[in-house]
Design a protein around this ligand. Structure first.
Ligand code: ATP
Length: 506
């Protein structure tokens, strides 16, 4: 019997699409995976195509991490939630189009949205101007209204979950809203106080987050100055148009009952727009939100996409299926741990500089002082970064303080962990470049979930840009660095970052 012929289709992919990692599956459900879009608290998101789709439209496939779906009740909850989300209007929200909550590794597929996440956009371009701001909050109000109309609370509204596309803002899927512990660690600034205390997601908690995002988009900073400060006591409202301030202030109320409904939020937003925009422009067809978007959503340029030939036959054979995906994280981690783990391990276990400076020979040492001393352990302190979006990134070489406990507690906060390290030999604050090719293995602080530490080193793969995004949250990271071959003058390029953190006790 002859083998079926390979088929190629041309797909437009984002320019910096990260390749699949070793061990990633080639296919999930009917979809052929092409690359990695990123990884979040609940899953890894892949760019994919459906071979049956002759147009070669790009699809985003999220494969859920194992820990949120450990038992059958979790699966049943995910199944019910995905079923509910799949029916939600997709004009301003990105619903799942297909999903399998029963699969060994549950997954969902949704339309790929070309655009920039709101947090990155504001970091790069500053706060949104008045028209675009009102269009943003109107679209988010519309997305929440569609969800609440179907009795679904979103539960995890953050600037990272909002993509700004050329046609308007879109709220991403949210298959699994985080619990209080996760939200306190990853999204405290955007989350209603009752959610941070462990309460369920509700329409009122979504309205709170909507207001937090409005404040951020208008001022470039979240409404809460310090984690744990009640948001309503320190909202920076001055960046908002005066017409929007009363509704945003109410939406940030500490008590859910004092907050407006999303319908009131939308009404107030449209009224604010009418007040600030004047009425001489010709009418536009469609709902009020469509009108705001048509008039005000200007100048968001989606990154160009590049054509790529995808061999459907070849990719399918690559796919080792779902089991391979589980193996993926640990295969990458173990391979990388082999190379340069000793310095981190020795330093962490009280070996200090002496042992760290005599590691087993790295596989291909770069000819530099740092290579002679072993991979350096460094601190990235976001407070030191002059340009946290563009870099170069500042780091300080560090060593464990002699006074630090030999077996450090594995539940330290990032600041407390950072305190246990001091600058090494007074040498230098240096600069380096993190690129899309930088491999990152995170362990505790930049992975919003448990686990991912083996032998005191992170094992969760992230891309360089995701790590940069993590640094923008403001927490220091202790990590081991490896550099790319010297590229001449200027800051060196980092090829690998491995977070250093004590392995949690069982
Ligand atoms: N439909 C989509 N189209 C384009 N990019 C997407 C899509 N869904 C997710 N992404 C991108 O994939 C990456 C990971 O997304 P994900 O939603 O898992 O991240 P997260 O918000 O950090 O995590 P979580 O929502 O699980 O807490 C992000 O960069 C996100 O912008």
């Amino acid at each position: 019997m002859s083998r079926p012929a390979e088929r190629e289709i041309s797909v437009l992919v984002p320019p910096h699409l990260a390749p699949l990692a070793p061990g990633d599956p080639g296919a999930v459900g009917p979809y052929v995976l092409i690359g990695r879009l990123g990884a979040g608290g609940t899953g890894t998101v892949f760019a994919a195509v459906d071979p049956a789709d002759t147009d070669g439209e790009l699809v985003a496939v999220k494969v859920v991490h194992p820990w949120p779906v450990e038992d059958p009740q979790d699966r049943a909850r995910l199944q019910a939630r995905l079923g509910a989300l799949a029916g939600v209007d997709g004009r301003c929200y990105v619903p799942p189009v297909t999903f399998d909550a029963e699969a060994e590794h549950p997954w969902l597929a949704m339309p790929y949205v070309a655009g920039l996440a709101l947090d990155g956009f504001v970091r790069e371009h500053g706060p949104l101007g008045r028209g675009r701001l009102i269009a943003l909050v109107a679209a988010l109000g519309e997305a929440l209204s569609a969800l609440h109309g179907d009795d679904v609370a979103y539960g995890d509204l953050t600037p990272g979950n909002v993509l700004l596309s050329g046609r308007g803002p879109r709220l991403l899927d949210c298959a699994l809203p985080g619990d209080g512990e996760l939200l306190r660690r990853t999204a405290a600034a955007w989350t209603a106080p009752e959610r941070l205390e462990g309460g369920d997601a509700s329409a009122a908690s979504d309205v709170f987050s909507w207001a937090a995002i409005a404040v951020f988009a208008a001022s470039g900073r979240p409404p809460v100055e310090d984690e744990g400060t009640p948001a309503s006591s320190t909202p920076w409202l001055e960046g908002l148009p005066a017409e929007m301030r009363p509704i945003v202030r109410r939406a940030l109320s500490e008590a859910p009952r004092d907050r407006p409904t999303v319908r009131e939020v939308l009404g107030a937003t449209i009224a604010a727009w009418e007040a600030v925009s004047g009425s001489d422009a010709p009418p536009v067809q469609g709902t009020a939100v469509t009108q705001v978007l048509t008039r005000e959503w200007r100048g968001i340029v989606e990154p160009d996409r590049l054509p790529r030939l995808v061999r459907l036959g070849a990719n399918r054979r690559r796919g080792a299926g779902r089991a391979a995906l589980v193996a993926g994280g640990s295969v990458v981690a173990l391979a990388l741990i082999g190379g340069g783990g000793y310095a981190a391990y020795a330093a962490l276990n009280g070996g200090g500089t002496e042992q760290a400076e005599n590691p087993p020979a790295p596989s291909s040492p770069p000819p530099s002082t740092e290579a002679q001393q072993g991979p350096p352990i460094v601190r990235f302190d976001p407070a030191d970064q002059e340009n946290p979006a563009e870099g170069p990134w500042t780091y300080t070489r560090v060593e464990r303080r002699p006074s630090a406990p030999e077996t450090p507690a594995a539940t330290l906060a990032p600041d407390a962990w950072s305190e246990q390290w001091r600058p090494a030999g007074g040498d230098a604050v240096r600069e380096a470049v993190i690129t899309a090719d930088t491999e990152v293995l995170c362990g505790r602080f930049c992975v919003p979930g448990p686990g991912y530490i083996e032998d005191d080193r992170g094992t969760f793969p992230l891309s360089g840009p995701e790590f940069i995004d993590y640094l923008s949250w403001g927490e220091p990271v202790i990590a081991e660095l490896e550099f790319a071959e010297d590229g001449g003058d200027g800051p060196r390029e980092i090829s690998r970052i491995v977070e250093v953190y004590p392995t949690p006790a069982d």
